[in-house]
Design a binder for this molecule. Structure first.
Ligand code: 5RP
Length: 235
């Protein structure tokens, strides 16, 4: 019997379940990295409710969108250029493999997201069940953030590694990240060794960062219409 693909409603309820379950990882007084995207939004809404009820936290947002929402929800934020030692960062992902490696950056916030994840003692990743795959890659491209100067040169070097890079556009214009960079969405058939590939991409001149998040995930929360599954990374 073939399984029908999940409906948008099922996917949304998985996102909500994962977002709300992440509250369990937030202690009173915590410094928290606040990720970006539609799954994390549910976490932020739930966190905002807790803050309203008296929970004390400070957040570091990974994008202007998240900063705006956190501010609306009265979640206090740390200065952008502070030296943070975060207890936990909570973020979404576009794909996750069996070894807790991720593709991120669908929303274009990968640079700040990687900085914030690296500043946190634990990195909690929220996905709905449709994001889990045996091996990273097609149909999900790896977002590669490049500086605008000479970006076609960076694209050519990416192409030499295999795969097809496409300059990201939004509403008919070249998409610009919060840092004023461009994104090349690089479609690769399969990524059996994300650790090696992550380092190779970042050696290309003009590349600022890429969306492979390797060996960073501490805990994965997978939401589905039936509830959540919490997996701790043994390595
Ligand atoms: C943004 C990201 C997001 O976390 C990722 O794209 C998942 O987003 P969503 O929860 O909306 O599916 O990396 O840069």
């Amino acid at each position: 019997m073939t399984q029908s693909p999940p409906s948008p409603d099922q996917q949304e309820s998985g996102k909500r379940a994962a977002g709300e379950a992440a509250l369990e990882f937030i202690q009173d007084g915590a410094l928290v990295g606040l990720g970006t995207g539609s799954t994390v939004k549910y976490f932020l809404l739930a966190l905002g409710e807790r803050v309203k009820a008296g929970l004390r936290v400070h957040g570091v947002p990974t994008s202007r969108d998240t900063a705006e929402l956190a501010t609306q929800l009265h979640i206090p934020l740390l200065p952008e250029q502070g030296e943070w030692e975060l207890d936990v960062a909570v973020d979404g992902a576009d794909q996750v493999d069996l070894h807790f490696q991720l593709i991120k950056g669908g929303g274009g916030a990968l640079l700040r997201e990687k900085i914030v994840a690296a500043a946190a003692r634990t990195f909690v990743v929220l996905v709905d069940h449709t994001k889990c795959v045996p091996v990273l890659g097609k149909p999900m491209p790896v977002p590669v953030e490049v500086i605008p100067f000479g970006w076609p040169q960076s694209a050519k070097q990416l192409e030499a590694l295999g795969g097809v890079p496409t300059l990201r556009e939004k509403q008919g214009k070249v998409f610009e990240t919060d840092g004023g960079h461009y994104i090349l969405d690089w479609l690769v058939d399969s990524i059996p060794d994300p650790v090696q590939l992550e380092a190779r991409i970042n050696r290309i001149p003009g590349v600022v960062e890429n969306g492979l998040f390797v060996n960073q995930t501490s805990t994965l929360i997978i939401g589905s219409p039936d509830g959540v599954q919490i997996k701790h990374n043994p390595s």
